[in-house]
Structures are given as structure tokens and as C-alpha cells.
Design a protein around this ligand. Structure first.
Ligand SMILES: Cc1cc2nc3c(=O)[nH]c(=O)nc-3n(C[C@H](O)[C@H](O)[C@H](O)COP(=O)(O)O)c2cc1C
Length: 171
């Protein structure tokens, strides 16, 4: 799938078929995360593949809006290290987005479950044995899609301007 098409057609998928995700596809998603850019190429991340149903259930239960992780065939937790990068949040976020796009391009569905700064970040870190000095950036649920949700975006004219904030783009 062409990259612009992947960006445009990716949706957050929260319902999955009862079909496991082949190992080579999991590897490709992790590779997409690995090749994300990062500040000074610090690569301050670790990716934890949540294979165990029990672990996914425990993590899902701890989250507020990620209960569907319990029904996903796999999850990937993105951990970032504030001591290893000047921009650990952006680094972890862009690795997460790379993985979302890769999953979509591979015919899978995925959803970003927010974790960084959440009320449950510490609880999930404990479940996953994440060291105290690292942060949980996100959890990504992955599986074959069993829904085709619609989404929307603001009009470009509301967001983009020229030279100064809010200046209308003229033809
Ligand atoms: C930082 C961040 C945190 C998110 N957290 C959650 C979440 O906890 N649960 C959830 O179902 N979706 C979560 N999402 C997905 C958004 O709800 C979704 O991207 C948005 O509604 C747009 O829908 P789309 O991705 O299908 O275009 C999160 C997305 C981002 C970028």
C-alpha cells in the first residue's frame, strides 16, 4: 500500500476477528517502529509484545478506554526512556504511529491506547515489569479487523495557514 493511501485510510480498529496474527507480520510491525525517526537518533524505545491472554486482560482492565485489548490477538506496549532522549514523548509517539500505519498496510487493524501520563500508567508499568525510570508511551492493540469505522477530520482551511498563524491561504 502506498504511504499516502495508508495515512488516509488507516482507522482505529477496536474489534478483531478471532484469528491470530502471523509472526512475520508482528515482526514487520516492530520493524516499522524500529525505523521511526528519533531526536539525535537516540531510539529511546522498547517494544513489548503482549502475547499472553492473561497479560492483555490485566492491562486492558487497568486502562480506561482500552478494554478491547482483552479481545485483541496481540498488543504492543511502547516504552520510552526519558534519560536516553531529549524528546522521549515524540520519539515514542512516532514509533507508535509507524506501527499503526504498518499494521494497516499489512491488512491488520490497530488502535492506539493512550498510556503516557494516564491515571493507569504506573499500574500497567507494574504489570509489564517496566523499570521505574522509563515511561509507558502507548499500548497498541492489533488484529484482523472486524469492523470498518468511519472517521472525520477538520477542514484543511481551519488548520493550515501561510507565513503567520491563522492567515488565510489565498489562491
Ligand atoms: C495519544 C492517543 C491516545 C489514544 N487513546 C485511545 C484510547 O485510550 N482508546 C481508544 O479507543 N482510542 C484511543 N486513541 C485513538 C483515537 O480515539 C482515534 O485516533 C481518533 O478518534 C481518530 O480516529 P481514527 O484513528 O479512526 O481516524 C488514541 C489516539 C491517540 C493519538
Amino acid at each position: 500500500m502506498e504511504v499516502l493511501e495508508a495515512i488516509r485510510t488507516r482507522r482505529s480498529i477496536r474489534k478483531y476477528k478471532e484469528r491470530s496474527v502471523p509472526e512475520d507480520l508482528v515482526k514487520k510491525i516492530l520493524e516499522a517502529g524500529r525505523w521511526a525517526p528519533s531526536a539525535s537518533n537516540a531510539q529511546p524505545w522498547n517494544f513489548i509484545v503482549l502475547r499472553s491472554q492473561g497479560v492483555r486482560e490485566d492491562v486492558a482492565e487497568a486502562t480506561t478506554y482500552g478494554k478491547f485489548l482483552a479481545e485483541a490477538p496481540i498488543g504492543i506496549a511502547v516504552v520510552t526512556d526519558p534519560e536516553a532522549s531529549t524528546h522521549p514523548v515524540e520519539d515514542g509517539a512516532i514509533a507508535t504511529q509507524n506501527m499503526l500505519l504498518a499494521a494497516h498496510a499489512l491488512g491488520l487493524g490497530a488502535c492506539w491506547i493512550g498510556a503516557y501520563g494516564s491515571t493507569y500508567e504506573d499500574e500497567v508499568k507494574e504489570i509489564l515489569d517496566v523499570p521505574k525510570n522509563k515511561r509507558l508511551l502507548s499500548i497498541v492493540s492489533v488484529g484482523f479487523p472486524d469492523q470498518s469505522p468511519k472517521s472525520s477530520r477538520k477542514n484543511l482551511e481551519e488548520l493550515a495557514s501561510e507565513n503567520r498563524f491563522g492567515k488565510i491561504i489565498e489562491d
